[in-house]
Design a protein around this ligand. Sequence first.
Ligand code: HEM
Length: 442
Amino acid sequence: MAFTPPYPPRPVGPLGLLANLRGFRRNMIGVWPVAHYRAEFLSFKLLRRRLFVCNSPDTVRQAFVENATAFERKSPQMRHALEPLLGDGLFVSDGAVWKERRRAVAPVTHVSRMAELTPVMTEVAGEWSARWRALAPGHEIDVLEEMAEMTAEIICRTLFGRRLGSDAARQIVRAFTAYQARIGQTAVAAMLRLPEFLCRIQPPGIHAEVRRIHAVLDRLIAAALESDEDCLVRAMAERGAMDRTALRNETATLFMAGHETTANTLAWSWYLLSQDGEAAARLAAEARGVLGGRPAGHADVDRLPFARSVIEESLRLYPPVPVLAREAVLPAKIGGRPVEPGSLVLVIPWLLHRNPTLWDAPDEFRPERFLGPPPARYSYVPFSLGPRVCTGQQFGLTESVIGLASLAQDFSLTLRPGHPVMPVSRLTLRPGEHLPMQVARR
Ligand code: HEM
């Protein structure tokens, strides 16, 4: 039986200015009125900035593929939040720097390297299985935290090599969490085009936090370059003429882009399965049939179609990056409408993935919708699209399928009774601050 997982109440009509500003700051997915979910294209002004929202395959393609150069710059809000930490890293840069870095970074997690990269995922999934097996029956865990730890282990061992990775994960997670807590959700000043000097104001203590993270990263990068183990840091260093600062910025970028996104995907999947016994049983049966108790490896991924469909449906309902925002740097047109430089162009997976003109029962959890032909082009964009599409798409999908299937064959998770779950848009879309669930052996 399909069920409808939670979403914030949808205003019936457009919100007033203050409510909109508050909404953008607190939870960006909650500000969109019912009618906007089916709109193809929206345009409105928020204080001094014009915003365009593309919400149909055609307008999405025009904005992020056809006019990718005019709209390649990340929003001021995103740059403001991440530049202190990532510097000119791929995720926030544009122009010549972005092009050069993309050439050095994208190949290191390319689909052709998946067979080399999956053993670490399998190893960590096996360790997590042993860890959950050692828990007392009915033990409660915070699934959000567990999945964050698991994906941090995977990305750190991949970035720095197995020997350095474990220790690195603990240090880096602590440092990044502190940064995110300080930076908060949005830099509304930058988004609204308030004067430059107001936009540059950062929360107190942020620079000390960044210095701490950079020191940890510099130490790990130096050790990874001296070690003889293959790892992404070495692969990037060998590919491009990157100095140590560039290498640090790209290492921070890969950790940040690849850690919480995948952790949230897995946490949401566990939540959705906990509310749909039939889907959970089907997944467990598929995983047990293919894996027979061992953790999944590279060759298993294609033999786990239902596990993949649960991940894909979870990415549709709760895209970890719910808003893709760009600042126009050149004049261009979308749907025949002129878009002036300085405007914000948004593709909002949260809206697009729930557009009732594109999806049947868009608010329901129906993983089997991904078992058939793929969704219409440009209607499903959890990894973005166009030249700036996520470079870690295969890595993130593979890691999610391996993690979920390896654990779901042996364990079922039950949400703490009465615990409220509601998606909240922070830097990523999370099921609140905690997700307490009991672990039971199947
Ligand atoms: C389920 C997991 C993941 C999701 C949903 C996801 C989603 C995204 C999205 C939506 C973007 C574009 C953001 C924008 O346009 O504003 C992006 C960019 C990026 N992602 Fe991922 N990602 C995931 C996993 C990963 C992993 C595992 C890595 C690396 C190992 C990674 C590396 C990157 C990088 C480097 C960029 C910047 C690309 C550029 O600007 O050229 N991601 N990701």
